[in-house]
Ligand binder design. Structure first.
Ligand SMILES: C[S@@+](CC[C@H](N)C(=O)[O-])C[C@H]1O[C@@H](n2cnc3c(N)ncnc32)[C@H](O)[C@@H]1O
Length: 308
């Protein structure tokens, strides 16, 4: 059995693994703080306050719902370490007082600039984007600049397939930057950029691209081919529903429903080829064409999903 020599480097390695294993704790603590409206409580007090003052205001101050103070203290200790709140220990030995930081100001529910809806109320990021044009623009730009990185590789990597189809729809195509490059290189293809209404409305016009708004859980436009962006293909091969750039947002049942709407026949013969040709192992796409087989086979992996 291999043994690890416990020098500084090894211990550092162990710490890194622990950090990844427990990083969810940060997110859970942040979610609790948003749900308990701790930032709002401090903000409406107008300055730093003690833990028991925070506790007394939680859930409107009703005695039945007062939180466990020890647990609250632990949440606050973690969030102070993560610089979400500050703590000040008075020199006279009084109770420590907690205040907001530039980060927790983003958690105020009534502020115009708030990220609280992303952590609370079970709202999806898409709902937040549809209500908030600024966030919508930021999110769409972020997506489009990530996909630009691989556009060129896609154009050369799929020459044969792209040459052989007459129409193509990019499902969840964002503002259409990928498909606009495809139609520039392959002007014979009738292309559709398909995404939610608020995304498509914010999309720039591109020559040859039809933007169609819709919900991929209801219907997807017909075409010879479907393209869905996928990133981090090494992970995709092991766990396709987690890391596909569109499908990663959804659970297995949702993904199967989307794929059913795509009416995909045989898709995805591309991962290994793509990697061999492009080498970096970072990204790939789904490219499918209609056929009779109603199952999706992930070449090189054991995954086969029945979409009948
Ligand atoms: C990770 S982004 C990828 C955007 C683009 N394909 C790219 O690679 O830059 C996922 C996209 O899926 C879209 N989306 C989410 N839910 C959708 C739905 N129900 N119907 C259609 N598109 C949806 C989002 O609006 C978003 O543009």
């Amino acid at each position: 059995m291999a043994t690890i020599e416990l020098d500084d480097v090894a211990v550092q390695g162990q710490a890194e693994i622990w950090r990844f294993m427990f990083s969810y704790v940060n997110s859970m603590a942040l979610k609790s703080a948003v749900e308990l409206r701790i930032a709002d409580i401090i903000h409406s007090h107008g300055g730093a306050i003690t833990l028991s003052q925070i506790a007394s205001c939680i859930n409107g101050g009703g005695s039945e719902s007062s939180p466990d103070i020890t647990t609250l203290a632990r949440i606050m200790r973690l969030l102070v370490r993560r610089k979400i709140f500050t703590v000040h220990h008075p020199s006279d030995g009084g109770d420590p007082v907690y205040d907001l930081t530039h980060s927790s100001r983003w958690l105020l529910h009534d502020s115009e600039q708030t990220l609280a809806p992303m952590k609370a109320h079970g709202r999806e990021v898409w709902d937040l984007a549809s209500d908030n044009p600024e966030f919508n623009g930021l999110f769409n730009d972020a997506m489009s600049c990530s996909s630009k990185v691989i556009t060129r590789a896609i154009l050369s990597g799929y020459k044969e397939r792209l040459s052989s189809i007459g129409s193509l729809v990019d499902v969840g195509g964002g503002t259409g930057s990928l498909i606009s490059e495809i139609v520039k290189a392959y002007p014979h293809i009738k292309v559709v950029n398909f995404d939610l209404q608020h995304v498509v409305w914010a999309a720039p016009p591109y020559g040859g691209v039809s933007h169609i708004a819709g919900n991929m859980f209801r219907a997807i436009p017909n075409a010879d081919g479907i393209i869905m962006m996928v990133m981090e293909v090494r992970y995709v091969l092991k766990s396709w529903d987690q890391h596909a750039w569109i499908l990663h947002d959804w659970g297995d049942e949702d993904c199967i429903q989307i794929l059913r709407y795509c009416m995909i026949g045989v898709i995805l013969s591309v991962f290994h080829d793509f990697l061999r040709r492009n080498g970096n192992g970072k990204c790939s796409v789904f490219l499918g064409s209609f056929g009779t087989t109603k199952s999706v086979y992930f070449e090189g992996s054991e995954q086969q999903v029945d979409v009948n």
